[in-house]
Design a protein around this ligand. Structure first.
Ligand SMILES: Nc1c(NC[C@H](O)[C@H](O)[C@H](O)CO)[nH]c(=O)[nH]c1=O
Ligand SMILES: CC(=O)[C@@H](O)COP(=O)(O)O
Length: 164
C-alpha cells in the first residue's frame, strides 16, 4: 500500500501561525525517533510564523503518559493547540495495543473535554525502521504533519469563533 509523504503539503493553504501558541508533549521512549518528530514539528511551526516563545516543549516517559501531559498543558497554560508526539513499536506482547489504544482514546478525549486541538502525532509501527522512515526518512516526518494539522485546526477554530 502506498504511504503518503507525511511532509508534503501545499504551503499556500497553511495559515500564518504568527499569533498562535503551541504546547508539545514528547515521549522519551524511542527518543531517536521522537526527538526527530519534535524537531520537525518545531521547525515547521516556526517556518509558518510561530514565535520561539510561543512554542513550549515538555517531555514524558512514554506514549501512555502523553495524554496526562496534554491535559496538564490544557489546564495550566493558554496554548491554542497541543501536539502529542510519540513512537510505539510492536514488541513481543499485546502491550503495544493497549498503549496505542490508550493514547489515541486519550487524545480524542482531550479534544472534546477542553474544546482544544490536540494533535495525535504518535507513530505506531511494526519495527524501528518504519518509525525512522516517518521521522525524517523516506516517508517524511510525522512531526511536520502534526504541526501543519495544529495550525490548520487553530485557524479553523478561531475563524468559527469569530463568525467567519
Ligand atoms: N514500549 C513502548 C512504550 N512503553 C511505555 C509506556 O508508554 C508507558 O510509559 C508505561 O506503560 C508506563 O505507563 N512507550 C512508548 O512510547 N513506546 C514504546 O514502544
Ligand atoms: C510496545 C511496548 O510496550 C514495548 O515495551 C515492548 O514490550 P513487549 O516486548 O514486552 O511487548
Amino acid at each position: 500500500m502506498a504511504t503518503k509523504d507525511l511532509s508534503a503539503y501545499d504551503m499556500e493553504k497553511v495559515p500564518s501561525a504568527e499569533n498562535m501558541k503551541f504546547g508539545i508533549v514528547v515521549s522519551e521512549w524511542n527518543y531517536e525517533v521522537t526527538g526527530a518528530l519534535a524537531r520537525g514539528a518545531v521547525d515547521t511551526l516556526k517556518k509558518h510564523g510561530a514565535k520561539d516563545e510561543h512554542i513550549v516543549v515538555k517531555h514524558v516517559p512514554g506514549s501512555f503518559e502523553l495524554t496526562l501531559g496534554g491535559q496538564l498543558f490544557a489546564e495550566n497554560t493558554d496554548v491554542d493547540a497541543i501536539l502529542l508526539l510519540g513512537c510505539v513499536i510492536q514488541g513481543e506482547t499485546r502491550h503495544f495495543d493497549f498503549i496505542c489504544q490508550g493514547v489515541a482514546q486519550g487524545a480524542t478525549h482531550l479534544n472534546m473535554k477542553f474544546n482544544l486541538p490536540v494533535i495525535f502525532g504518535v507513530l505506531t509501527t511494526d519495527n524501528q525502521q518504519q518509525a525512522l522512515d516517518r521521522a525524517g526518512g523516506k516517508h517524511g516526518n510525522k512531526g511536520d504533519e502534526a504541526a501543519i494539522t495544529a495550525i490548520k485546526m487553530v485557524a479553523l477554530q478561531q475563524g468559527l469563533e469569530n463568525g467567519e
